[in-house]
Each structure stands twice: as structure tokens, then as C-alpha cells.
Design a protein around this ligand. Structure first.
Ligand code: GDP
Ligand code: IMO
Ligand code: MG
Length: 428
């Protein structure tokens, strides 16, 4: 039975939530492997909208196991809020959700450091979500992180917290000039979270590997996207985890030999939230049109997303780094009504042509995008479920993407809702 990694091919918000929800009908387990509540994954069923930050997008289906892996950073208050929000809407979480003992916790001081370090960067700010994600991963790598398992061992939690606050309070008071944190207050707060979350805490790696050996269908849900990956994205304008497919193995404790497919999710155009280079960005009314028509406002922070044309230099990089076996193209309907649709096939910088994504940030920042122009379509594609019903020029657009990437398009999303989708092949 296939174990499939779903990964964002651009700068996040490609529609991973919708694709995961759709595919989870036939999956037994849906597992998140990295990121935190910086993610916002939207699922729309009929007229009801759900936005997931930490909980896998498969939770709305009956009888699925939803697992949050060790690679995810957990703000317990955010997780509890998400669980309660679902319960209020009649979605059962108990018995379906499992949280890794080894996942690291986001602490109140991580949020403070996130905000203050952004302030210090001034014009070079990353434009983070302010959720404390980066500092939590910094402490994980520095071996001073506090994990979910520590929360259920109060003396261990308190000792680690006190040791950490020794240098963190020094930094906060002396460099950032903001109030210090008190160990007692944090301790009491987190002990109450531990009580609420204890029923979900589990050895997720053991459970997941057992399910794999029982030939269950597993979906690995990536957050963010390849160009926000800490190693392969537009560093330093990235998030602090491995969003790429490789992150699924480390973030869940699953061997690479157990992965059968990698499905890249790409929007039919490109968006980005926060700062950093974006070669195909459109800074004219057409960009505004895409934002409005595509509802391109952050699912987590509500910030307007920057919009641009589809960038095949980016997608080729993504296909290579992730080893895509197939892709999903989302939001095709947003391009309805355009006379001309542009596809970026290379960059030009100081007279040199770049067909592959450059490593040099000044090249990515300063390059001109070179485009191929394609004829658009006037008919509406919203809600189309049969490839043959697409306008010929829309079919040609999809074929062009396949041809340049050398990867088959398996799903085409034609609207927000669960059933607004063309499935060309069954992944399971
Ligand atoms: P994710 O972070 O990758 O899960 O993506 P987000 O949920 O942040 O952003 C995608 C947005 O596009 C959400 O509002 C989705 O409801 C919406 N969406 C997804 N697929 C489609 C589609 O095919 N057409 C349209 N119009 N909207 C879509
Ligand atoms: P999903 O999973 C889009 C961006 C932020 C910022 C950078 C670093 O919904 O696709 P962070 O708070 O992670 O340290 O911010 O990464 N970012 C996202 N952009 N979608 C996301 O998640 C994102 N998660 C983080 O805007 O530029
Ligand atoms: Mg999102």
C-alpha cells in the first residue's frame, strides 16, 4: 500500500490542506512532519470552512488516525484551541489524534524572541508569522529544547525551564529590553496544558511504523513549501524546518525505504507571504486581481499574499529536491478569463541565462524572469471534474507543466470545495 508524502512545491499555501483532505478518504493515517501553527491548511466542505494549523487535514474523515510527529513544534495552547474548536463543531478528535512525545514545545519566550528579533532586523525582517517557530527550532538544535514528554514529568520540565530562563532572561532584559519571564508562571501554565493533552501523547514512531508494516495507506502532510525549506529555500527568507519530502522521514521516524510516492502540490500561479525574493511577482493590477479572485490572504495571519505567474524554474527545483513522482495543480479556476497566461521558464541576470534555480540570493532578487506566453481561456473551469471538459487552452497549460517538469499531473483542483477536483489517476 502506498505511503505518500504531500509537499508544497512553492512558497506555501499551494492548497495542501484541500489535497490532503481529498486523498484522506482512502488513507488510514495522516501524519504531519514539520512546522508548527505557522501553517494554515484550509478545507472547504459544502459551505463550511476549516483551517488547520497543527492537526492533520484528515481529521474531518471518520476512522482515520491523525498523527503529529516529532518534527513538529507544538504550542500547546494553540493545539488545545484547535482541538476545542473542532469539538465545538462536532468533529470528534479523541481516539483519532496522536501527539509525539519527542515533539518540541514552543514556549512563551520563543514568541517574544521571534517578535524582538524581527524588530531588530528592521528592513531585513523575514516577515515571520510571529508564532515563535524559529526560536523553538533554534533551541531544539542547540539541545536546550523542552519536549512534549518533559511536560508530563514536572520536575524535569521545571529544571530545564529554569536552566533555559537563565540565559533567555538575560537576552530579553539586556538586549531586547523587554520584561523577563518567571519560571513559576510558565510552569503552572504548561502543567495545565499537560493535563489537557496527556490523552493524546504517544510513541508515534512505533505506532506509525506498525501501521506501515500492516500495509495501511499513509499520507504524510507537509507544511509550508519547498522554497521555504531551511536548506533548499530562499535562505534566509525561509521557515526554520525541512518542509521538503526528506523532512517526512526525520520528522516522523520513518525510513526512506518505506516511502513509495511524493506528490508535489503546485498552485497554477505563485504566491508568497512575508519578505524575500519572488522573481515572477506581479506588481500591477493583475497581481491584485489574482489576490482577490484567489482569496490570497494568509490562512494564519490574514496578511495579503504576494501574487505572480507560475515559475517553472522554481518547480523544476522542487521536483528535483523532493523527487516528485506526481503533482497536483491547484486553483486553475483562478486563471479563468485571462487572455494571456505567462509561464516563467528561465531567469536572466547580468546577461547570463539561468535555467536552474540559482543559489545566489542576489541573482534571485535581481533577475528578470523570461516568459513563454500561452493563450488563456474565457470559459469558467470552476467545479469541473472531468479533464475532457476543460477548455483546450487550459488542457494545453496543464500539458505544458507536465512537459517542462517531466512529471505527470495527477490531480487538478478547480475550486475551494472538496469535490471541485479532477482526478486523473488514483494515488492509492
Ligand atoms: P495550504 O497551506 O497549502 O493548505 O493552502 P491554504 O489553505 O493556506 O491556501 C489555499 C487557499 O486556496 C485556501 O483558501 C483554499 O480553500 C483555496 N483553494 C484550494 N484549492 C483551490 C482551487 O482549486 N480553487 C480555488 N479557487 N481555491 C482553492
Ligand atoms: P502553509 O503550511 C506560507 C512564511 C512566513 C515567513 C516565513 C518564516 O500554510 O503553507 P515562520 O513564522 O515560519 O518563522 O515565518 O515563512 N510561512 C508561510 N508562508 N504558508 C505557510 O504555511 C507558512 N508558514 C510560514 O510568512 O515568510
Ligand atoms: Mg496555508
Amino acid at each position: 500500500m502506498p505511503n505518500v508524502i504531500i509537499v508544497g512545491a512553492q512558497w506555501g499555501d499551494e492548497g495542501k490542506g484541500k489535497i490532503v483532505d481529498y486523498l484522506s478518504e482512502k488513507a488510514d493515517v495522516i501524519a504531519r512532519y514539520q512546522g508548527g501553527h505557522n501553517a494554515g491548511h484550509t478545507v472547504v466542505i459544502n459551505d463550511e470552512k476549516f483551517i488547520f494549523h497543527l492537526i492533520p487535514s484528515g481529521i474531518l474523515r471518520e476512522g482515520k488516525i491523525c498523527l503529529i510527529g516529532n518534527g513538529v513544534v507544538i504550542d500547546p495552547a494553540a493545539l488545545i484551541e484547535e482541538i476545542n474548536g473542532l469539538k465545538e463543531r462536532g468533529v470528534e478528535v479523541r481516539g483519532k489524534l496522536l501527539l509525539s512525545k519527542n515533539a518540541h514545545l514552543i514556549m512563551p519566550y520563543h514568541r517574544a524572541i521571534d517578535m524582538e528579533s524581527e524588530r531588530f532586523r528592521g528592513t531585513k525582517m523575514i516577515g515571520t508569522t510571529g508564532r515563535g517557530i524559529g526560536p523553538a527550532y533554534v533551541h531544539k538544535i542547540a539541545r536546550m529544547g523542552i519536549r512534549v514528554i518533559d511536560m508530563v514529568q514536572p520536575p524535569v520540565f521545571m529544571e530545564k525551564l529554569k536552566t533555559n530562563l537563565y540565559d533567555i532572561n538575560f537576552l530579553l532584559e539586556n538586549l531586547y529590553k523587554v520584561p523577563r519571564f518567571d519560571a513559576g508562571g510558565i510552569y503552572r501554565e504548561y502543567m495545565s496544558y499537560a493535563e489537557k493533552l496527556s490523552e493524546y501523547i504517544a510513541d508515534t514512531d512505533i505506532i506509525l511504523n506498525r501501521m506501515i508494516s500492516e500495509n495501511k495507506n499513509i499520507l504524510f502532510e507537509g507544511a509550508q513549501g519547498t522554497l521555504l525549506d531551511i536548506d533548499h529555500g530562499t535562505y534566509p527568507y525561509v521557515t526554520s524546518s525541512n518542509a521538503i519530502a526528506g523532512g517526512a522521514c526525520t520528522g516522523l521516524g520513518v525510513g526512506p525505504t518505506k516511502i513509495s510516492k511524493v506528490l508535489g502540490v503546485a498552485k497554477a500561479y505563485t504566491t508568497r507571504v512575508g519578505s524575500g525574493p519572488f522573481p515572477t511577482e506581479i506588481n500591477d493590477p493583475l497581481g491584485d486581481m489574482l489576490r482577490e479572485k484567489g482569496g490570497e490572504y494568509g490562512a494564519t495571519t490574514g496578511r495579503p499574499r504576494r501574487c505572480g505567474w507560475l515559475d517553472m524554474v522554481v518547480l523544476k527545483h522542487s521536483a528535483r529536491i523532493n523527487g516528485f513522482t506526481e503533482i497536483a495543480v491547484t486553483k486553475l479556476d483562478v486563471l479563468d478569463g485571462l487572455d494571456v497566461i505567462k509561464i516563467c521558464t528561465s531567469y536572466k541576470y547580468k546577461g547570463r541565462i539561468y535555467e536552474e534555480f540559482p543559489k545566489e540570493i542576489d541573482v534571485i532578487e535581481g533577475c528578470d524572469s523570461l516568459y513563454e506566453e500561452m493563450e488563456g481561456w474565457s470559459a469558467s473551469t470552476t467545479g469541473i471534474r472531468d479533464f475532457n471538459k476543460l477548455p483546450e487552452t487550459a488542457k494545453a497549460y496543464i500539458k505544458k507543466i507536465e512537459e517542462i517538469l517531466g512529471v505527470e499531473v495527477q490531480l487538478i483542483s478547480t475550486g475551494q470545495r472538496r469535490d471541485e477536483l479532477i482526478q486523473l489517476k488514483d494515488i492509492f
